[in-house]
Write a protein that binds this ligand. Structure first.
Ligand SMILES: *Cc1c(COP(=O)(O)O)cnc(C)c1O
Length: 245
């Protein structure tokens, strides 16, 4: 695990260096879906702090198990408050409350209604929830996310919500091994963020985030400006089972 994490950090550094970006301008989100709390604790011991989860029930149980282990002093001596959990899965509107209560970030907001509920349900003692709008950048009929043309209007509505901070955009482009195509999709996502930055009042949003790039395409994503890469299998290995929320 520690070696795999180091290899991923080396890939991030190489991709950042290729376009003269600072390596610390790219955050690594370790996608731990389908892997147990033991694997998360191992990654924590190796220095990882931010984890992404797709399936709500699995995530809530895992967050609790990791909390308990850290409190009991198992594994790394890391304060719970240093960990950052990100929700990156599809959101059903009747399941927003546990998301608002248990996560620091949500990458997969694709409707204004979901954003409203997350804002209403964010507990007052927690800092505002960081959110990204998911955009269907390749226009795939089967894929989640807003159409690019809908993003500005949705963002205008969402920046007024009191318990959220709109941080930027998230995209999962159509998988392809064609580097040109990878670059094109990520470039379009970056240009869309630039349109948002130009089209929204500067004080109203902290639009600094492009959540894009996974194990297979993170180099292209970083070269096009990704600020968070979401990496699962390159850290934890191949996923053997799939869990539904
Ligand atoms: C599973 C998943 C990832 C990680 O994918 P890998 O190919 O294992 O790196 C990233 N983002 C989302 C939204 C995912 O569901």
């Amino acid at each position: 695990m520690s070696q795999k994490l180091q290899a991923v950090h080396a890939s991030i550094q190489a991709a950042a260096a290729a376009v003269s970006r600072q390596p610390d301008s790219v955050a690594l989100l370790a996608v731990s879906k389908t892997f147990g709390a033991d694997m998360v604790l191992e990654a924590i011991a190796a220095g990882q702090r931010a984890f992404g989860e797709n399936y709500l029930q699995e995530a809530i149980a895992k967050i609790a198990a990791v909390d308990l282990a850290l409190q009991a002093g198992d594994g790394a001596a890391v304060a719970r408050s240093l960990l950052e959990w990100h929700f990156i899965g599809p959101i059903q509107s009747n399941k927003t409350r546990p998301i608002a209560e248990n996560f620091a970030w949500v990458h997969t907001v694709e409707r204004e209604k979901i954003a409203q509920r997350l804002s209403e349900q964010r507990p007052p003692q927690l800092p505002p929830l960081n959110i990204c709008l998911q955009v269907n950048i390749s226009g795939e009929a089967s894929k989640s996310g807003m159409a690019p043309a809908e993003v500005l209007e949705a963002a205008r509505a969402i920046i007024g919500l009191p318990r959220l901070v709109l941080r930027g955009l998230m995209a999962i482009p159509e998988p392809t091994e064609d580097l040109e195509k990878q670059h094109a999709a990520f470039r379009q996502t970056r240009e869309l963020l630039q349109q948002l930055q130009a089209g929204l009042p500067a004080h109203a949003a902290q639009l600094d985030t492009l959540s894009m790039g996974m194990s297979a395409d993170m180099a292209a994503a970083i070269e096009e400006g990704a600020t968070i890469v979401r990496v699962g299998s390159a850290i934890f290995g191949q996923r053997k089972r799939t869990i539904q929320s």
